[in-house]
Design a protein around this ligand. Structure first.
Ligand code: HEM
Ligand SMILES: *[C@@H]1O[C@H](CO)[C@@H](O)[C@H](O)[C@H]1NC(C)=O
Length: 203
């Protein structure tokens, strides 16, 4: 991995599963060279993973995604740091990033954040919420639970589930977590603070 590439950006610390994309890309290159971009493979993989998870809980739901996005020939980590949100961002910062730069609506912001119903985070992304004290924006019991998962003085960066109640389900429990102050990131909590975002959290 090159030291200036997107993969090496600090905000991409949690990215994993590259081997899946690489494998699909290899097989496509073997049969039709230079036709399907990694960007498209990523979108298809996200669609398939989502459908598999939905099938397990809600029966068969089919949806389409768009294709035709090309890969860049270079990538720069500086662009990642300036265009991805941070877990400690407040609502104003999230809106600035999504609404102005990416043409995404307030509703999209709340809906997309629902992806935090699944997956894991490194402890380093949330330690400021539990040390030295448990944040007011966090359910106290949940805060103490997080301390057991993320001890303060350890030489490794552990991981914790984003959705403590149903970590492997694609469901709406994430939004219940947000309301219960048991969502993992400050950015998740911050959607309670907007008169324009709160109705979508409730919905
Ligand atoms: C609203 C602003 C967002 C912020 C601040 C944010 C922040 C984060 C952070 C800090 C992590 C954990 C990284 C780590 O420590 O390893 C994470 C994980 C994750 N995020 Fe977000 N995120 C946001 C929006 C999104 C969106 C829009 C999606 C997808 C539609 C998404 C999907 C995920 C998933 C699936 C994981 C878990 C990854 C894994 O298990 O490896 N997030 N997010
Ligand atoms: C709210 O958070 C507390 C503390 O973690 C937990 O015991 C409780 O089950 C949660 N309730 C809901 C409805 O999520």
């Amino acid at each position: 991995m090159d030291s200036w590439s997107e993969k090496s950006a600090s905000k991409n610390i949690g990215l994993r599963g590259f081997e899946i994309i690489d494998k699909a890309k290899q097989r496509l290159e073997d049969s039709c060279r230079g036709v399907v971009s990694c960007a498209d493979i990523l979108v298809f993989a996200a669609r398939d993973a989502t459908q598999i998870l939905l099938n397990a809980n809600y029966g068969y739901i089919e949806f389409n995604v768009e294709s035709g996005r090309l890969d860049s020939k270079v990538s720069f980590k500086d662009q990642v740091d300036s265009s991805l949100p941070a877990p400690e961002d407040n609502l104003e910062q999230l809106k600035n990033l999504f609404l102005s730069k990416k043409d995404i609506t307030v509703q999209d912001l709340v809906v997309l954040s629902g992806a935090h119903t699944f997956g894991q985070s490194h402890c380093s992304s949330i330690k400021d919420r539990i040390y030295p004290s448990i944040s007011d924006t966090l359910n106290e019991r949940y805060g103490y639970y997080l301390r057991t998962r993320c001890p303060q003085y350890v030489p490794f960066d552990g991981v914790v589930d984003l959705d403590a109640r149903t970590p492997y389900k694609l469901d709406s429990v994430y939004y219940q977590n947000v309301k219960n102050l048991t969502a993992l990131f400050f950015s998740d909590w911050s959607m309670l603070t907007g008169a324009d975002t709160l109705p979508f959290v409730n919905e």
